[in-house]
Ligand binder design. Structure first.
Ligand SMILES: [Zn+2]
Length: 287
């Protein structure tokens, strides 16, 4: 059964480790992440972007797939199904479709409007036991790579959003989505320190977790990050493994054209990354 992310993140915050949020792209991805979480005895958050949801056939299809796999694979560790960077409409659709956690990304809105909409969604989620992630200060994307630094959130604005009763807060601390540029200046621990002090026990979320040096990830977790989002690294590893399969001409041998055989090395690659991340985040054995 899916659970809200609240309890697992509160425990992580208190225990000074983080829970991995891994984005889904299809059935293989979902299965690879769930199997690894069970093997590692780790809680896990399955992230779904609005784009990935469109690709997979909508929120209800995903809820059906994930619930089916939890049952079929006999998953016993806590699993949250979470909307990643949701719009206001997307968040409402996921609440209705059976997600156990949603992120409302109002970071592009003026702060007062972000607060209004976040407040409304806090109420809608909590009635149903669904956890809510809010965001303050936009997190840079690939296109921002040229500046070498993601945005840093204002600790006062973080406190205003945290006080609305959200369950976790994403705040920019110089992190970036996608591949990090060569001239990236690293995370701003000064900003993280100030945000942590301002929001107290609120679990913080680190987006763009792919490609941040391990020592910086560890330090961020020490300073209050309890959820780390990983997407790009799984994609890169999947692509590299499937590329090797084709380059070795394996699709031309016997029944090597079988899609299940083509995907298999990619799935192994995803599992390897998920395992490495759970070890780095310290969530192994915490389920
Ligand atoms: Zn993100």
């Amino acid at each position: 059964m899916l659970v809200s992310a609240k309890e697992m993140l509160d425990k992580a915050k208190a225990g000074h480790y983080a829970v991995g949020h891994f984005n889904l792209n299809n059935l293989e991805w979902t299965r690879a992440i769930l199997e690894t979480a069970e093997e590692m005895r780790s809680p896990v958050i399955l992230g779904v972007s609005e784009g990935a949801a469109k690709y997979m056939g909508g929120y209800k299809t995903i809820v059906g797939m994930v619930n089916g796999l939890l049952d079929y694979l006999k998953i016993t560790v806590p699993v949250a199904l979470h909307l990643d960077h949701g719009s206001y409409e997307g968040a409402k659709a996921c609440i209705n479709a059976g997600f156990s956690s949603v992120m409302f990304d109002g970071s592009a809105l003026p702060i007062d409007e972000n607060i209004e909409k976040t407040k409304e969604l806090v109420a809608a989620c909590h009635v149903l036991g669904i956890s809510l992630e809010a965001e303050v200060g936009a997190i840079g994307g690939e296109e921002d790579g040229v500046i070498g630094m993601g945005e840093c959130a204002d600790p006062e604005e973080c406190k205003r959003i945290a006080d609305l009763g959200v369950d976790m807060l994403a705040a920019g601390i110089g992190n970036i989505h996608g591949k990090y540029p060569a001239n990236w200046q690293g995370l701003s621990f000064e900003t993280l320190d100030k945000i942590s002090a301002a929001v107290g026990s609120m679990p913080l979320v680190l987006h763009g977790g792919s490609g941040i040096p391990e020592d910086q990830v560890r330090k961020a977790i020490e300073l209050g990050v309890s959820k780390v989002n990983v997407n790009t690294e799984c994609q890169l590893e999947f692509a590299a493994e499937v590329r090797k399969y084709f380059e070795a001409g394996k699709d031309l041998e016997g029944k090597g054209f079988d899609p299940r055989k083509i995907m298999a090395p990619g799935v192994k690659g995803i599992k390897k990354i998920v395992k490495e991340k759970m070890e780095l985040f310290g969530s192994v054995g915490k389920a």
